[in-house]
Ligand binder design. Structure first.
Ligand code: NAP
Ligand code: GDD
Length: 350
């Protein structure tokens, strides 16, 4: 296919959105991103990509919007006239979804339907063919035994996972009913120095940096025995782009093919700075979930065979990169502390 020139990315301010925008801009796309209004800046992860709209040849365009607001999504599609839409926006925290199930269903589930409906009408009215990518999740497999692949039945174990399963099926239905080039990328966990600080990997590496420099004494975690198939977000957004540049739509599993426990992640991260995790990590049941996904381990054979995709970053390299980055962040915090600033950790970690 000829490369689509205009991409619309919802969730552009998130971990994946920021890496995806980078890659699309590198490939020559015009990128339109949907951002939410917030009372504090929420564009840190794309600050380095920002282009002053007064300049010429600007290729990054930001629009205020929300997946809960169908009118504005329609307006953005009419304005941006994308060739491809990457829907990465979601209430993406599994733990939080137990506390906000209705909101999670509204955004992570129904939000996808709003976008699909807007695209259906746009295509009908203009005759334009727009491709659609949905950020589906390995969390949908829930308690299905590992390894999980394209044929594994879903058994969702959280309000988040139920919302993602709903969205997954809507995407397939729009493909079958209206011929939309709509794909699900079923991505297993992927992390990076840009990962949100309440996901377990980043919570650990932030604490490692701070503990190493004496800014924090303990790290409280929940279930240390849960196993995840962790990869690097940069590698996984490459897979998204390959899927959307493919010849035909489908549903694809993206995974590293290895799984490690939360305990192993913590042990490796503390070992990076010469510490033993057992001296610092304590289990606090407040971080247990009402129902847990114990073991995710993905089979990405289909991605390898169809697109030649394989992850470039190993588990050890991922841990090392995240620890290095958070050590630097802690060094900056130390400077601030010495200058008299209050640098206690914020809010509740989930
Ligand atoms: P993330 O860092 O939490 O980013 C989520 C993005 O969605 C943020 O830009 C956020 O905006 C935006 N958002 C949240 N609620 C919204 C709403 N109501 N309307 C519009 N935008 C909204 O998540 P991520 O790790 O980059 O993940 C990207 C997508 O992949 C998500 O759909 C996630 O569920 C899915 N996924 C992630 C993984 C993973 O391991 N990372 C695995 C499988 C699937 P703010 O910045 O304003 O909060
Ligand atoms: N967040 C968190 N905080 N998780 C903890 C903690 C803690 O203090 N202690 C143990 N865990 C365990 C969780 O119970 C879970 O089993 C595992 O660590 C991973 O938790 P998260 O990092 O929060 O990620 P997740 O697997 O629940 O969800 C992520 O991956 C999904 C793909 O499988 C998110 O990115 C989802 O958006 C994504 O769909």
């Amino acid at each position: 296919m000829t490369q689509p020139a205009v991409a619309l990315v919802t969730g552009i301010t998130g971990q994946d959105g920021s890496y995806l925008a980078e890659q699309l801009l590198d490939q020559g796309y015009h990128v339109h991103g949907v951002i939410r209004r917030a009372s504090v800046f929420n564009t840190d992860r794309i600050e380095h990509l920002y282009q002053d709209p007064h300049e010429q040849d600007v290729r990054l365009h930001l629009h205020y919007g929300d997946l809960a607001d169908g009118t504005v999504l329609r307006r953005i599609i009419e304005t941006a006239r994308p060739d491809v839409v990457y829907n990465l926006a979601a209430q993406s925290h599994v733990g939080v979804s137990f506390k906000t199930p209705e909101y999670t269903a509204e955004v992570t589930g129904l939000g996808v339907l709003r976008l699909l409906e807007a695209l259906r009408d746009h295509s009908h009215r203009t005759g334009r063919k727009v491709r659609f990518y949905q950020a589906s999740s390995s969390e949908m497999y829930g308690s299905a035994p590992a390894p999980q692949g394209p044929e594994t039945p879903f058994h969702p174990r959280s309000p988040y996972a139920c919302a993602k399963v709903y969205a997954y099926h809507q995407v397939i239905n729009y493909r079958e009913a209206y011929g939309l080039f709509a794909c699900n990328g079923i991505l297993f966990n992927h992390e990076s120095p840009r990962r949100g600080e309440t996901f377990v990997t980043r919570k650990i590496t932030r604490a490692v940096g701070r503990i190493k420099l004496g800014l924090q004494k303990k790290l409280y975690l929940g279930n240390l025995d849960a196993r995840r198939d962790w990869g690097h977000a940069r590698d996984y957004v490459e897979a998204m782009v390959l899927i959307m540049q493919g010849d035909e739509p489908g549903d694809f599993v993206v995974a590293s093919g290895e799984s490690h426990s939360v305990r192993e992640f913590a042990a490796s991260a503390f070992a990076e700075v010469g510490l033993d995790y057992q001296d610092f990590v304590e289990v606090d049941p407040r971080y247990f979930r009402p129902s847990e996904v114990e073991h995710l381990h993905g089979d990405a054979t289909q991605m390898r065979e169809k697109f030649g995709w394989r992850p470039r970053t190993s588990f050890a390299e991922l841990v090392a990169e995240m620890v290095r980055s958070d050590l630097k962040l802690a060094e900056r915090e130390l400077v601030l502390q010495k200058a008299g600033h209050d640098i206690r950790t914020r809010g509740t970690s989930l």
